[in-house]
Structures are given as C-alpha cells and as structure tokens.
Design a protein around this ligand. Structure first.
Ligand code: GLC
Length: 543
C-alpha cells in the first residue's frame, strides 16, 4: 500500500463556474464567488474541486470552446483571481483540478484564425482540413451537436472537422507541434500548482477521420504516454479522462499505473441504461435496476488492481440523478440520500456535482425558448424537421437535456436563490425556497449532512477505500445490495430502489446492530425479516 495516491482516498466536487456563485451582479458565476464559498466546500469535506473550464471563451459551448488557454474568461475574473483561488483552496487542503479541453479549440483561438488564412499558413496543419468529395462533405462523420462534422470554408474551398459545434474545430493531434503546444500549456498550469486535469473527450484525440474512426483511435495511448512523460508524470496529480465508450478492458489501458497514462477514467456504461439500444440519448426507456446492478458490479470487480474507478451519477452534461432515477417529489430527500449512500460506499473516487449534495432537481421546461444549451437547441430543430412531435422532444429535453443540471446553485431562500443580485443567465429552479444550502445546513437530517457523513466515513475507514466488492445476487430486483470486505472486516450496503416497502429475508445475515449510516431512523436491522422503507438505504458492519 506504499503506492497509495492521495486521489484514491479523495472525494471530488465539480463546480460549473457559470452557475455556482455570482459576486458582481452580472448574472454569471465567477471566481470571486467561488473563493467566497470555499468555507462551504471545506465544511462538506471534499479533497479537490474539478473546475469546468474557466479559460477565455466566446461561450458557444459554455467554455468548452477555448480561445486562450492561458487566460481567464472575462465574466469569470482575472488570472489574479485564479491564482488566489488556487492558493486559498490549498489553505483548506483543497486542490483545483482543471478541465483540459484539447480535442478542439474555439474558432476564435488565434491558431484557428491563422489556419483559416489559407492552405500555406503555418498553423493550417493545427486543424483537420479535407477537400470536398463529389462536391460535398468528405464523408459522413456527424457532429455530437447535430448535422455533419464537416464545415465548408469558402475562402480555401476545403472543409474542416468539428466533432462538436462548428465553432469548435478539432485539433490535429498527428501534428507534433500541436502536441507540443498542449504539453507547454499543461506545464504552465502545473507550474501554478494545480491538482490535476479532467480531460474532456480525451478518447477522441487519436481519431482517423478518413476511416471515420473517432473514439479509441490507434495512436490514442501513445499520445497519452507522451503526455504523461512530457507533463504531469513528474507531479503528484489526479488525471481523469472523459471516455464515453470505455469498457473495463479499455479502462485498464488508461488507468493501469504500469502503463503511465491516467489515474482513472469516467466510464458511462451505467449512464446509458435508460436509452434505447442503438439509438441516442434522447430516446428513452425505463431503467432496469437489475442491469444497473450488473453494470456497476462489473466495473467494481473487473478493474481489479490494474486500474481505478471513478464514481458518479451526475455532471454538467447529465440530468440530476434524483429526478432521473429517484423521486424528486414525495421521496426526494430519501432517494437523494439512497443514491449517495449506494455510490459513496463503492470502491473508487467519488465525484459530487454541485447541488447534488443538497438534493437539487431537474428544471422542467415547457418551451424551447427556455433552453440555452447548444446540444439541446440543435437537437430540437433537427428533430422538428424530421417530423417528431414537439411534446415528445420537450419530454426528452426534460429527461436528458444538459440545462437540467446547469441551473444556478441554490444557496438560500432570497431572490434568485442567493446566486446573483442581477438577472441569472439561466433560470433558477422555482423550488429554491425549499431546496437550498442554508436550509440543508440547518437540518441535521438533510441531504447535505448525509453527504458530509459519507465523506467522513470514507476518511475514517480504510474499508471504504480499499475493500473488495461483492454483489449480493439473490435479492428482489429493486434491492441493490453489496458487501465490502477488508482485513477481516465486512460491511453490507443495502438500498431499495422502489417507492414501495420491500420485504427481505436473509436469515444467514441475521441481526445486525452496528449501524454506520442510513436514510431512515434505524439502529438495528434484523435480516430474518426486514421491511425496507421506500428508497431506504443503509450500511451495516457485520459481526
Ligand atoms: C464534453 C463536455 C461537454 C462538452 C463537450 C465538448 O463532453 O463535458 O460539456 O460540450 O465535451 O467539449
């Protein structure tokens, strides 16, 4: 265990800066706002903040389109604020993990402005250009934000590639100069003392556009090993790759320490379980709890010692878990805690997305005019043109749209939830008078205090970090149950996914009286005949 890394025992909190805390009344969150809220994050007990992009950006995709990697978005503040954030966070033992968005830049990045000047420009080859084929697009690659991934450039008569919006041109990673620019930029941030990088769609950088290979290209791992060697390999940092298509086999390539690539990846297999086979994220189907158990258990077991899991339900691209698979009405508090307990007792590094820790919910829209997100807006128009019914598209947006989790953080019951004194850039959820930080802090039984205790439990009990995982198979479908075992100790995690009570009979486990945490008042559990309450979850230590 002498190879233990700080990030293996860590809990990470994701801040979406645009929506966290505004300090100057322009309706947009900023770095000063975050600095002012560090005490709150310290109280929660987190180890590090994953900061969604704060770099200079025209905000076609809310900062995931960067025009200067070494400067700060005007609305968010200045580099001096950023340095102060890193320093003040450090004083509280909180590290700052930067979002590294290097699959693409903004079309306003000076490299792209140069590249556009013509075929002979020295920066031309920083991006991916192709001649037309039969007078049209080079091939059928699609953008994640609808339409072709190729955009025609009138001036040169060529197309450039953009796997996201046409204002996010893809960088050409085959060009060693591009990689060198990225390494230099990463070293610039490492020298500032950041705690690591979350790597945006990193599995795309090894793409071979001409073969329509995007994810997991043949040179991907070579590039990551080069990155490790040239940048963070010399630093004690966390690196986590966003890898949508990863299987456990692929995840081991990224995160087996012997290979010198990344600390861990975000895998999304569980996240896709309510989507129809072969369709995209908007085409919904009900979640099968059984499938969820099998998928999460597979990841827990298969990485073994050759990799490390990241644990998450939410981020800025996903709907809120309590609205998605829980109950954001009657059992909001119970189901929010159930998801927390279930995830935070697993093996891996947990990530909390801002607002999750107070049980924030999705924002219901009635009309597309309320949507801001580029992915949502483009999909709406595309599907409308394809003949989908408006109500069905709005239903998909309410279920899966990215704005759901991007509404402003709910701090208190004052106007705009204490997020801003101005006009918020995105609507505040109308339930803020009930669901907010202030109310959570004041109530010892709140969702917040459940998260706080879970983080404490992880800090104080090596079994939570290191214990072996074993799924209990022989239980009713809606019950998710697993053991953790470490050095002769065994913990049992029990969670009911159902809004109805469920009876469990497990005489072999018998009466358990050491109760670690739960979302209902209970100080002993008799498994000879146990009535689980709606969305009940608890953790017990077995004798
Ligand atoms: C990642 C980000 C998402 C962004 C996309 C393009 O998936 O999480 O927010 O739109 O990459 O950068």
């Amino acid at each position: 265990m002498n190879n233990t890394k700080w990030w293996q025992t860590a809990v990470i909190y994701q801040v979406y800066p645009r929506s966290f805390q505004d300090s100057d009344g322009d309706g947009i969150g900023d770095l000063r706002g975050m600095i002012n809220r560090l005490d709150y994050l310290e109280q929660l007990g987190i180890t590090a903040i994953w900061l969604s992009p704060v770099y200079k950006s025209p905000n076609d995709d809310n900062g995931y389109d960067i025009s200067d990697y070494r400067d700060i978005m005007t609305e968010f503040g200045t580099m001096a604020d950023m340095d102060e954030l890193i320093e003040k966070a450090k004083l509280r033992n909180i590290r700052i993990i930067m979002d590294l968005v290097v699959n693409h830049t903004s079309d306003e990045h000076p490299w792209f402005i140069e590249a556009r000047q013509g075929k002979d420009n020295p920066y031309r080859d920083y991006y991916i250009w192709r001649d037309p084929v039969n007078g049209g697009v080079p091939n059928s690659l699609r953008s994640s934000f609808s339409g072709s991934a190729w955009e025609f450039d009138e001036a040169s008569g060529q197309y450039y590639l953009h796997l996201f919006s046409r204002r996010q041109p893809d960088l050409n990673w085959e060009n060693p100069k591009v990689r060198q620019e990225v390494w230099d930029m990463m070293n610039f941030w490492l020298d500032k003392g950041v705690g690591g990088f979350r790597m945006d769609v990193i599995d795309l950088v090894g793409k071979i556009p001409d073969q329509e290979i995007t994810g997991n290209g043949p040179k991907l791992h070579e590039y990551l090993q080069e990155m490790h060697r040239e940048t963070f390999g010399k630093h004690d940092v966390l690196t986590v790759g966003e890898t949508w298509g990863a299987t456990p086999e692929v995840a081991k390539l990224y995160s087996n320490p012997d290979r010198k690539e990344l600390s861990m990846v975000f895998q999304f297999e569980h996240i896709g379980l309510d989507q129809q086979e072969g369709k995209d994220k908007w085409d919904l189907k009900p979640l099968s709890v059984n499938e969820l158990k099998q998928v999460l258990a597979k990841w827990q077991i298969e990485l073994g010692n050759e990799g490390w899991n990241s644990l998450f339900w939410n981020n800025h691209d996903l709907p809120r878990i309590v609205s998605r698979w829980g109950d954001d009405g009657k059992y909001r508090v119970e189901s929010a805690k159930m998801f927390a307990i279930l995830l935070h007792l697993m093996k891996g590094t947990p990530y909390i997305y801002q607002g999750e820790e107070i049980g924030m919910t999705n924002y219901p829209i009635k009309d597309i005019s309320e949507a801001q997100d580029i992915e949502t807006v483009n999909m709406y128009h595309e599907r409308l043109a394809q003949g989908y019914a408006k109500e069905d598209i709005i239903a998909s947006i309410n279920a899966k749209g990215r704005d759901n989790a991007r509404t402003p953080m709910q701090w208190d019951a004052t106007p705009n939830a204490g997020f801003t004194s101005g006009q918020p850039w995105l609507h505040v959820n109308p339930n803020y008078a009930e669901i907010n930080v202030e109310a959570n802090l004041a109530d010892p039984d709140s969702v917040f205090h459940c998260y706080r205790k879970l983080i404490e439990l992880r800090k104080n009990n090596p079994i939570v970090v290191w214990g072996e995982f074993e799924l209990v198979e022989d239980v009713p479908e809606e019950v998710f149950m697993y053991f953790r075992r470490y050095k002769g100790e065994t913990w049992l995690v029990t969670a009911n996914f159902s809004p109805a009570p469920v009876t469990l009979e497990m005489p072999e486990i018998g009466l358990v009286s050491e109760f670690m945490i739960g979302n209902y008042a209970r100080d002993a559990a008799d498994f000879q005949q146990l009535q689980l309450q709606p969305y009940e979850a608890f953790v017990t230590k077995l004798a």
